[in-house]
Design a protein around this ligand. Structure first.
Ligand SMILES: C[S@@+](CC[C@H](N)C(=O)[O-])C[C@H]1O[C@@H](n2cnc3c(N)ncnc32)[C@H](O)[C@@H]1O
Length: 307
């Protein structure tokens, strides 16, 4: 049985057996910024300390300075992936910020159908940039499957990318604990998820039909150029730029604009905005933007997209 010593419980607990000095924290701030664009503020110090402590322990290192030196040495190159995976914040959910999926269903899909009626192609390209463990791109795929009746007649592809290889591996498996889908209405669950049995009890998997619409790739949003030749109808980049500084956000939005079709849509996270960042997009609705350009949803014959 655990014994509680009076008073001890109220003392602040150290975040790990390691401490990070001001100088070490600055080194890691610069390293994280250079590799990911993430600007770590002082109040992330404890978080960084506890997340990186696991890496120090795993490698048998005794200080952050040693870990920093290891990362910068030739032998540490492979460790950079673990380092980045440890630093990223991957919080996500199915149907997170649900108004975006309502907008996709009620505004964008009807407009794309109207474009087809005017002679455009039955082709939809969407990018989930910073997709974490897959809930966002799968919600997009489910929304499209629900909103488009003759799906086989359409050519639909969702690119889902993240810098973090650990979340991408989970995303590709598409297996989630039941609690993660508890809020999804029953009919949608029954149509788009399979219940695990036996050793998989308590888990669900997104159906193959939904999974087939999504391609996962590791893409660092900072890298230039991106290994992408597609021009998209929509880009979802939600709850990602909040971690970047203004110049990084500005550059990213400039580049997103070139990867969007004229009048393509951009979706940001609930606390993100383009105010003071970019004037290449028109504000439509809370965190939903449309690229300034051409006329309303012209047929795509001239603006052909390559994949
Ligand atoms: C908080 S999650 C957001 C997930 C999802 N978009 C959502 O809104 O639910 C942010 C994601 O951005 C990814 N990320 C951070 N910096 C990145 C970069 N430079 N390139 C690509 N992805 C990055 C992280 O790995 C993380 O999975």
């Amino acid at each position: 049985m655990e014994h509680h010593r009076p008073g001890v419980g109220s003392l602040p607990q150290p975040v790990s057996e390691f401490t990070i000095s001001d100088q070490e924290f600055r080194l890691f701030q610069d390293l994280v910024k250079a590799h990911t664009g993430i600007a770590l503020t002082e109040h992330k110090r404890n978080l960084v300390c506890s997340r990186l402590s696991k890496r120090l322990r795993g490698l048998g290192l005794t200080s952050f300075q040693r870990y920093y030196d290891y990362l910068n040495a030739e032998a540490g190159e492979a460790e950079l992936e673990n380092f980045v995976n440890a630093i990223t914040t991957n919080k996500t959910d199915f149907y997170r910020e649900n108004w975006h999926f309502k907008f996709l269903e009620q505004e964008i899909v009807p407009a794309l159908k109207a474009r087809v009626a005017r002679g455009g192609e039955r082709r939809i390209r969407i990018w989930s940039a910073g997709c974490s463990s897959g809930e966002e791109p799968y919600t997009i795929a489910i929304t499209l499957r629900e909103a488009i009746e003759s799906l086989l007649a359409w050519d639909i592809r969702i690119l889902a990318s993240d810098i973090d290889t650990e979340v991408l591996a989970r995303a590709a498996q598409a297996i989630y604990p039941e609690e993660r889908v508890a809020e999804i209405p029953r009919p949608l669950l029954e149509r788009h998820f399979r219940q695990g049995t036996g050793a998989q009890a308590g888990l669900v998997q997104v159906t193959r039909e939904v999974r087939n619409l999504v391609t996962f790739r590791r893409i660092n949003l900072l890298e230039e150029p991106w290994p992408i030749r597609t021009v998209f109808d929509c880009i979802f980049c939600r709850n990602v730029i909040i971690y970047f500084d203004k110049p990084t956000q500005h550059r990213l939005m400039q580049r997103f604009a070139t990867y969007l079709k004229d009048d393509g849509h951009l979706f940001l996270g609930h606390s993100e905005s383009l105010y003071g960042i970019s004037d290449q997009f028109a504000f439509l609705h809370h965190t939903i933007y449309r690229k300034h350009g051409g006329q309303e949803l012209l047929p795509l014959r001239t603006a052909e997209a390559t994949t």
